[in-house]
Ligand binder design. Structure first.
Ligand code: GDP
Ligand code: MN
Length: 432
């Protein structure tokens, strides 16, 4: 649904506003909505079923289970790796909300694995990808420790530019692929794959050569990459990201990490995968919004936005940003927004303690302005809202709508002009 919304944004708007900001924030967070994920330990099981090599591992929900898992896995005392299971990358460099550093840790004994697990389980892991709130770590994956000789980056993704699947790979894999991409874009190899032609052996062989795999590992690398591609296609994935895909000292090529995302729209074909979805990893506000058919994406700013239509929502967020403010969320009421949905939207927005002002920007086409106004007033009264509201409503029955707002006796600033309204919202958010 968002894909369509993005396509329908007029070019003129894209060039005028700070679109990059919206694109990176909303698209990134929005992936939460139209994709679903699985945990690494589940991905590793899927890999096993598809002949894709990964270190052996056992999932643990308690420190004691972690201890037992480490004992089972590590017969010869090489140690194990304790890995926090959260829906986010960048775990290695993450920090837990209890101060414990690192979501991927080597343990040299089962006792140490237990100790590390006790710090991870029940805490929230904050990484580059989680936002400030972090993601709860309820399980750890205890994995066989493997000696790596080289770490590559490999991903199968959907690519807008080539309108198809693309393989993305780099010889410089490991933890900070975003950094590599910034420093040296040439270090990232992109290979678009034709939908009609599929992935040919020659293409994979060339990629493996370009990446510089050791001669004796080339065939194994070709095989694992081909299997990962086939897995991507057969599961309707939107992302298969392995960072690192590694060559090991004992001559294997293994997926040392696994970030799998699947297309929500194809979930009906993959109920087994969809069933793995871990509710605890979703933003509670987003889950709630979904129940009311609202498109909500939580962001890190302090101005709550209540808008109808994804295009208007993005323009609103951009304007806030241009005026020096920060949106706290993206909330699209959709076309048929009624008073009840508006009430729920307000509840979701005001549950965020960071929100210091609310910017309502509604174009009343299908939904009439007076209905919107009634919804706003009713919700504001019922919720006893202290946060000031800037309301810019336009369209059908606008006069009646504005009258309702003016007569309401609550702290609502009805402002007609979009820029003025945005400036006011930013001003209010800064003064609270
Ligand atoms: P991420 O930080 O969420 O991407 O988590 P990863 O699963 O990629 O782990 C972080 C890093 O730990 C990897 O990039 C590897 O460099 C390292 N790592 C993970 N498992 C092993 C292992 O068994 N052996 C070695 N040597 N390094 C490992
Ligand atoms: Mn990784």
């Amino acid at each position: 649904m968002f894909k369509t919304a993005f396509r329908s944004i007029p070019r003129s708007l894209i060039s005028k506003v700070n679109f990059g900001y919206v694109l990176s924030n909303v698209l990134e967070s929005n992936l939460q909505i139209r994709k679903f994920s699985v945990h690494e330990f589940q991905a590793v099981k899927i890999f096993e079923d598809n002949g894709v090599g990964a270190p052996r591992g056992i999932v643990a929900g308690t420190p004691e289970e972690a201890f037992q898992a480490a004992k089972t896995l590590d017969k010869d005392g090489k140690g194990v790796v304790v890995k926090a299971q959260v829906y986010a990358g960048g775990r290695g460099k993450g920090t837990f909300d209890n101060g414990f550093k690192g979501g991927v840790k080597v343990a040299s004994s089962a006792e140490e694995a237990r100790d590390i697990a006790s710090k991870m389980i029940g805490a929230k892991l904050i990484t580059k990808q989680t936002g400030a709130a972090g993601k709860p770590c309820n399980k750890v994956f205890i994995a066989e420790k493997v000696k790596l000789t080289h770490e590559y980056y490999f991903a199968v993704l959907l690519d807008r530019a080539s309108a198809g699947i693309v393989l993305v790979a780099s010889r410089e894999g490991g933890m900070d692929i975003e950094g590599v991409a910034k420093r040296d874009p040439n270090a990232i190899i992109k290979v678009p794959v034709s939908i009609e032609g599929g992935l040919t052996k020659e293409t994979v062989e060339k990629l493996v050569s370009d990446l510089g795999f050791k001669a004796e590992n080339k065939e194994k690398a070709v095989e694992i990459i081909t299997r990962l591609y086939n897995l991507f296609v057969s599961t309707d994935a939107t992302q298969v990201e392995i960072n690192p895909l590694a060559e090991t000292e004992d001559g294997r090529v293994l997926c040392m990490d696994a970030k799998l995302n699947f297309d929500d729209n194809a979930a009906f074909r993959h109920q087994d995968l969809k069933n793995l979805d871990d509710e605890s990893q979703h933003d509670a506000r987003e889950a709630r919004a979904k129940q009311w058919d609202l498109n909500y994406v939580g962001l890190d700013g302090n101005i709550g936005c209540l808008v109808n239509g994804a295009g208007l929502a993005m323009a609103t967020m951009d304007l806030i940003k241009l005026c020096g403010g920060e949106p706290a969320n993206f909330l699209d009421l959709g076309g048929g927004a009624n008073a009840k949905a508006i009430g729920e939207a307000f509840k979701i927005i005001t549950q965020d303690p960071k929100v210091k002002a609310i910017f309502v920007n509604i174009f009343g086409g299908i939904v009439h302005c007076d209905v919107v106004a009634e919804g706003i007033v009713e919700a504001a009264k019922k919720l006893d809202m202290k946060v000031p509201i800037v309301a810019r409503i336009k369209g059908t029955n606008v006069e009646r709508g504005q009258q309702i707002l003016r007569d309401s006796g609550i702290a609502i600033y009805p402002i007609d002009d979009l820029s003025q309204a945005a400036i006011k919202a930013v001003e209010l958010s800064a003064s609270q």
